[in-house]
Design a protein around this ligand. Structure first.
Ligand code: FES
Ligand code: FES
Length: 150
């Protein structure tokens, strides 16, 4: 049995050590906001925060988490920057199909936490690992700038 701190709550889970966090979130705990895309850390759809850092949950074994807190898309809006990012996403109508957007929002929030007023280059560097097959990149950049000046 492992105890995970997710979105400020403790969860006891009885899972194998090598189960990726994404499987625990979606299949064991029913938190389906975090998406499965590629499964090989290439697309960013599964991005969550681990102790504030954006990580790819599809390749992160649950045994590597320990006591570090996890934040998912279900709770990122309760943080100041997460709320600003989500509001900017709505204002700029960023979303197209939506599939990649949980991961995009998690990466964008982590960027603002580290760099409150990012340049275009900062945004490109921070968001380059989040793939959007609908091509919403221009609106994502606009929304991050809007959130940074909100
Ligand atoms: S599903 Fe994890 S990076 Fe693509
Ligand atoms: S909005 Fe469709 S994949 Fe990004």
């Amino acid at each position: 049995m492992k105890v995970l701190s997710i979105n400020g709550q403790s969860h006891q889970v009885d899972v194998p050590d090598d189960m990726p966090l994404l499987w625990v979130l979606r299949d064991v705990l029913g938190m389906t906001g975090t998406k499965f895309g590629c499964g090989i850390a290439q697309c960013g759809a599964c991005t969550v925060h681990l102790a504030g850092q954006p990580v790819r949950s599809c390749l992160l074994p649950v045994s590597a988490i320990g006591a570090r807190p996890v934040t998912t898309i279900e709770a990122v809006g309760q943080t100041a920057n997460g709320h600003k990012i989500q509001q900017a996403w709505l204002d700029k109508e960023v979303v197209q199909c939506g599939y990649c957007q949980s991961g995009q929002i998690m990466s964008a929030t982590a960027l603002l936490n580290q760099t409150p007023h990012p340049t275009d280059a900062d945004i490109d560097a921070a968001m380059s690992g989040n793939i959007c097959r609908c091509g919403t990149y221009v609106r994502i950049r606009e929304a991050i700038h809007a959130a940074a000046s909100a």
